[in-house]
Each structure stands twice: as structure tokens, then as C-alpha cells.
Design a protein. Structure first.
Length: 707
């Protein structure tokens, strides 16, 4: 390291920024009386090479502390300490001995926070207990890394900005996608390993990947034990952020401090080259610092009373609308700006195409915890000029009871539609009198979104996601089996709407296996022909299972990782999924940008006998004709008309087909009961011998095309 000199520095931008002389360090703290910057020579060092005590007279502008350090550069390692009042009744938790990360650090060293907690660690509970020290200089605390944002050649890459209506989203875990058996990659479980699997995604036809959290988190945060093996469980999913500006260092093949930045950028660039967008699952609703018994990592030690929603009458306690101990104070002005700055950074510096916001209703809560009708933060995100073309997707609820499906504030927001999930599951399970609900979901959920001025594509349709059963388990288990999570099988939802086809769990019975395969085809095809934006869970297309565990957040092992031998074992289902995606892409009638206009006969519903259905009585059946003449395909020709019929009864049913009234004939596109050819390839639809009737087999879906 060169000779070090210091200068006053500048308050903006926050974080560590390279200058012509060295690095400008800037951090927010309103109530600190002193800030210390520590510079380290190595990621393993416990003692800093240099420490600088910032002078509030020259190194402070408003609430921002800053200093420019000459002689340090890219790759430098640093941490802060903050002194000030420890007054938990006022929400202040300063401790001058506590090492703290920069909330705006662009990378961290790959050191586990929670595995390095001192054995005698006890969090402070009142003003008389100030001498605690979770991570002092005798602890190996993760270091922040100075990053050069210009040290990467994007080769002209930019965010793709594909219309949401054309998206087919594939939700997956970054590590689990390649960490499992038979992945065939040379760098499993890493950003670089994911690159090796892009040809598969390209083959399948998905055009967007939604990655579970890649913002820095600590998988060792979970203290539960697996009751079967006795092994320590993990925080596998990563919904407990340690730092919002840093990609997870543990996902990088190269463990050199800061190498995760360019390795992740290389993944984004490689996906973009194949036309695949990158959507990040982000967790701005809470952090890993926990409740009043938690640890100080950054926000708590720098300005606890600003960053978190505290109980107004007892500010030593945290409001907990996340179910994870604390709630990020999202609509506090400083925190709003922090979140916007973070989102802009990932779009500008990582070319990210979109974000899915976990427990997004917390983003609509005021500082006192109440739900705001016109929440400033969600409106700002929706209207931000930098984010204007960025996809923004809300999980429109939280753990505190707020449920905003269809009315999430901000007109650009798309929303995870759990009503689609539940109605489609119940329909295909064969529940009584749910055909009306299924019809509404397939038609785009206008009952939820139309009155708010939103479009069909604002509904993110899914049958399964990371949270819950996989599609294989949905057809293999009647109940959850979460015993290995160490919580007595109390965790995870009991509302699965699943059906095991007559046997609980894996079976070699060929009749049951055929029924399960058919049901999975039903789910996949229904999802991909429904109006709205479809989202597939990784591995559903080849029956990835989790042994009936519907809350595998802690299973960083083969239970959650993808076993790629299943892709070969179930290659016919992979091919079916590929063809279903192709069907959606080729025919714009299945991805309308506006809701159906009932006055134009754009969609007509039928009962089995070809008459209009009595929606109060219809059950176990659904059929509709959809008009394609208003939509042009890529070749410039108008789209075809389609007839779709679903029979969830245990018996076959004869249906009367609607008359075309011209020279066109009905051709078979799909029949999910056909094990050998459930969906035909493009251009190979077969002419029906009988144009008036068709037998729809029990528990199956058919699609006919008029031409």
C-alpha cells in the first residue's frame, strides 16, 4: 500500500468511490458523535493497518461523514466504528467497539458473520449493558471491498427491456441450479457455473430468469439442527440481507475479495447474449440484524432509529411485519433514497432487467406501521426515470396482514398472483364448483386487475414457486413433510391444494406415475396458455422433488439442489414444456396486452354440450374458444382461433365442438392424456376426423386450432 494521506472528502456519493488520489469514503449517521474508518491489509487481519477518526468539523456534512484517503485503491478493505449514545428507549444503539460494514459497500469478503459470533456474545438489553462487543478486533468480521465500477467490459451490453407481456419467467436458486448431482458443470454452485447451463435455458425457451436473493447474506444465520442427521441447517434461500449493494461472495468461483462483482456481471452479460433477462428477488422488508436480541452489522450500529420501524412507545423493540424480527423503515425519507439508490445501482452497473420485491406490502407501510394507500416509495420506484423500463414485481402481501393483490400502489407494478396458483391447483385437483374461478384466472384475472387500470400481464401467474411444493410434490403428496427443518413440521403452509394420485410419496406404480405425469402436463400447459405473465419453477419441467418439503428454506443440500439426471429421466416432459413455451411465443392470442372485450366475442365459454355454461352449476369442466383474428404473428399473418377444453372429472366426456362457420377445420394441437405425443410441434397440428365432437379424456386438457 502506498503512503497514506487524508483529505476532507465529499459527502456524495455514499459508499467507497475511487478518486484521482485514492478513495472517498462516505457514510450516513445522524446521531453518531464519532466515526472511525479502519483500513485493512488482508481479509484475514483482525487489526487494521490504519485507522482514521473523522473530525466532525471537517469530515461531516449534515448527517453524512466523509473522508478521502490517498494511497488506497481498488481492492482496499475497510470497516467502520461508530460512537454515540446507547439509549435503547430512544432507539439508539451505538457502540464504539463494534465493527460495522458500510451499508453501501459494493462487495464483502467471503467470511461468515454468524459462524464468527463470540461464544459469550449477549446482545445489550438496556443502558446498563453497554460493554457488549459482538464483533470487535478479536473477531474475523467480513471486510468491505473497494470496487472499481469501470473495471468490466460490457461489450455494448444493455438491459434487454423486453415487454412483460412477452416474458416467460424461470425462477431458480443461483447455487442450487448447478450445485446438485449430475449438473455437468465444472464450477458448480457459482455464477460461473450458471453460465455453463445457459444452453439448457436457451433450449427450453424461457426468456427471463428470476434469481432468488443474490444480495450478500449469511447462510450460517440459521441455528436449527436437522433432527434426522443432527447437522446444522442453513439459510439456503437467502431472504435475510446483510448488504444490499454486494453480490454474494460465496457464489463466486473466484474467492479473491471483490471478484464476485465481475463474475456476476459476466453471468448477466452471458444471459443477455442469449436473449435471457435477469430479474433479481430483492428483500427490502427486513435485514439480518434481527430483533432486540439480534446483532449489529451495519444499519443498527450506524443509525438504528432511522433504518428500522420501532415500536413508538417502546423504541427498544422492533415492529415485525416481516416475520423475521425487524422491519425496514421503507418510507422514511433517508431509507427511501437508500433503496432507490440501490435499485439504480443494480440497473446501471449490473444491467439488471427487473426486480421481484419480497413481502412488498412492507414497502407501503408508514413509519408507524400503518399501510399507506399511496405509498411514496412504491410510487417513486414506479416513476423513477432510471428504472422506467425496469420490470418491477411485487409479492403483494406481508407477514403483518397486509394483502394488496390487484391494488398494489403504483400503476407499473406487476404482482405475484397467488389466486391463480390456488384456483388452478383446486381446479385440476377436481374440487367441486371451482371452474368459474379457474376461468377467471385463465382469462387474465380481470376481477383483480382491471379496475386498477392494470393489464393482464401485470398478473404473474404461477402454479409453484420456491416457497411451497414443487410441481412433482404437488402431485405426489397430500400433506407437507417438513420434519427435517427442525421445527416439528409446524413450518410451511397447510393450504397446498395438492393430490397424491392415491399414494403418498415416490412410487414405482406405473399407473400412478402416468397419472402424475399427465397432471404435471395439465399444470404446465394451463399456465402457458393463460393470459398474464407465466412463471415456471426451475426443475418442474423434469419433476424435481423435495421429498414433500414445502418450506425448504434451510436445506442447502440435495433436497433443494437440482439433480440433473431427472432431466434425462423425464426428457419427454422437458420436450413438452419446450413445445408449450413455443406455442405461447408463436401465438400472441395467448399473451394479450388487454383484457377480453365481451362485446366482441373475443372469448366464448362453453359447457360440454356446446351451450353457454351455467356458472353457478358448472363443475369439473371448462371450455372456451378464443379468437385470434385481432393479433398478428411474427410472420405478419393473423393468428388462428383456438378451442380449449379441460376435463377434471374421473370419467371421459364427449364435448360438442363449436362450429367454425367457414371452410376452416379443427386440428389437434394438444391432448395431455396422450403419453407419446401430448403436444404437437409447430406446424404439425393434425386434422380431426370428426369436426362436431371430441372425447376429452378424464383428467386432461385438449387444444384445437382452426385452420
Amino acid at each position: 500500500m502506498n503512503e497514506i494521506r487524508t483529505f476532507d472528502g465529499k459527502p456524495l456519493p455514499l459508499g467507497a468511490s475511487l478518486t484521482h488520489r485514492g478513495v472517498n469514503f462516505s457514510v450516513f449517521s445522524r446521531n453518531a458523535s464519532c466515526i472511525v474508518l479502519n483500513i485493512y491489509a488482508s481479509q484475514d487481519d483482525r487489526e487494521p493497518l490504519k485507522s482514521f477518526t473523522l473530525d466532525p468539523e471537517i469530515n461531516r456534512t449534515g448527517d453524512i461523514w466523509h473522508i478521502e484517503v490517498e494511497g488506497v485503491s481498488k481492492g482496499a478493505l475497510y470497516l467502520y466504528q461508530a460512537d454515540g449514545p446507547f439509549e435503547v428507549h430512544n432507539g439508539l444503539r451505538f457502540d464504539k467497539n463494534q465493527l460495522l460494514m458500510d451499508p453501501c459497500a459494493k462487495a464483502l469478503t467471503a467470511v461468515s458473520v454468524f459462524s464468527n459470533l463470540p461464544k459469550n456474545y449477549k446482545p445489550p438489553v438496556d443502558e446498563s449493558d453497554v460493554k457488549h462487543c459482538a464483533f470487535s478486533r478479536d473477531s474475523n468480521f467480513p471486510k468491505c471491498v473497494v470496487i472499481d465500477d469501470n473495471d468490466f467490459d460490457w461489450e455494448g451490453d444493455r438491459p434487454i427491456n423486453r415487454p412483460l407481456s412477452e416474458s416467460v419467467i424461470y425462477e431458480t436458486h443461483l447455487k442450487g441450479f448447478t450445485a446438485g448431482k449430475n449438473s455437468g458443470v465444472t464450477k458448480p454452485g457459482t455464477y460461473a457455473g450458471f453460465v455453463e447451463k445457459i444452453p439448457y435455458l436457451k433450449y427450453l425457451g424461457v426468456n427471463a430468469v428470476e434469481l432468488l436473493p443474490v444480495f450478500e447474506f449469511d447462510e450460517n444465520e440459521n441455528s436449527n439442527l436437522n433432527p434426522r442427521t443432527g447437522g446444522k441447517l442453513k439459510n439456503y434461500w437467502g431472504y435475510s440481507t446483510v448488504n444490499f449493494f454486494s453480490p454474494k461472495a460465496g457464489y463466486a468461483f473466484d474467492k479473491t475479495p471483490g471478484a464476485c462483482v465481475n463474475e456476476f456481471k459476466s453471468l448477466v452479460k452471458a444471459l443477455h447474449k442469449e436473449g435471457i433477462e435477469v430479474i433479481l428477488d430483492v428483500v427490502f422488508n427486513h435485514t439480518a440484524e434481527g430483533n432486540e436480541h439480534g446483532v449489529a452489522l451495519n444499519f443498527r450500529g450506524l443509525e438504528n432509529s432511522v433504518y428500522y420501524s420501532l415500536v413508538p412507545s417502546h423504541k427498544e423493540y422492533y415492529m415485525n411485519f416481516s416475520g423475521c424480527g425487524n422491519t425496514f423503515n421503507c418510507n422514511q425519507p433517508v431509507v427511501r433514497e437508500f433503496i432507490l439508490k440501490c435499485l439504480r445501482y443494480w440497473v446501471l452497473e449490473y444491467h439488471i432487467d427487473g426486480f421481484r420485491f419480497d413481502l412488498a406490502s412492507i414497502l407501503t407501510r408508514a413509519e408507524d406501521g400503518s399501510v399507506l394507500g399511496n405509498a411514496p416509495l412504491t410510487l417513486l420506484i414506479s416513476e423513477d426515470p432510471v428504472l422506467r423500463n425496469t420490470k418491477i414485481i411485487a409479492e403483494p402481501w406481508d407477514a403483518g396482514g397486509a394483502y394488496q393483490l390487484g391494488c398494489f400502489p403504483g400503476n407499473r407494478w406487476a404482482e405475484w398472483n397467488d389466486r391463480f396458483r390456488d384456483d388452478i391447483r383446486r381446479f385440476w385437483r377436481g374440487d367441486e364448483h371451482v371452474s368459474t374461478g379457474a376461468a377467471t384466472r385463465i382469462a387474465g384475472s380481470s376481477d383483480l386487475f382491471a379496475s386498477q387500470g392494470k393489464k393482464p400481464y401485470h398478473s404473474i401467474n404461477y402454479v409453484t414457486c420456491h416457497d411451497g411444493f414443487t410441481m412433482n410434490d404437488l402431485v405426489s403428496y397430500n400433506g407437507k413433510h417438513n420434519e427435517e427443518n427442525g421445527e416439528g413440521n409446524r413450518d410451511g403452509t397447510d393450504s397446498n391444494w395438492s393430490w397424491n394420485m392415491g399414494f403418498e410419496g415416490a412410487t414405482a406404480n406405473p399407473l400412478i406415475e402416468r397419472a402424475r405425469n399427465r397432471q404435471i402436463r395439465n399444470f404446465i400447459l394451463t399456465l402457458l396458455i393463460s393470459q398474464g405473465t407465466p412463471m415456471l419453477l426451475a426443475g418442474d419441467e423434469f419433476r424435481r422433488g423435495q421429498q414433500g418439503n414445502n418450506n425448504a428454506y434451510c436445506q442447502d443440500n440435495d433436497m433443494s439442489w437440482i439433480d440433473w439426471s431427472n432431466a434425462d429421466l423425464n426428457n419427454q416432459l422437458v420436450w413438452f414444456t419446450k413445445q408449450a413455451i413455443e406455442l405461447r411465443k408463436v401465438h400472441p392470442v395467448f399473451r394479450r396486452e388487454n383484457f377480453f372485450d365481451g362485446s366482441k366475442n373475443e372469448i366464448q365459454w362453453f359447457d360440454r354440450d356446446g351451450t353457454n355454461p351455467d356458472w353457478n352449476k358448472i363443475s369439473h369442466f371448462l371450455a372456451f374458444k378464443i379468437c385470434g383474428s385481432s393479433f398478428k404473428k411474427d410472420d405478419g399473418t393473423f393468428d388462428e382461433d383456438f378451442y380449449v377444453a379441460a376435463n377434471t372429472d374421473r370419467r371421459d366426456v364427449m364435448v360438442n365442438l363449436p362450429s367454425l362457420g367457414d371452410e376452416r377445420k379443427w386440428h389437434l394441437v394438444a391432448d395431455t392424456s396422450d403419453e407419446k405425443r401430448p403436444l404437437v410441434e409447430r406446424g404439425k397440428a393434425e386434422l380431426l376426423r370428426a369436426q362436431e365432437r371430441y372425447i376429452v379424456p378424464a383428467g386432461s386438457l385438449i387444444i384445437l386450432m382452426a385452420k
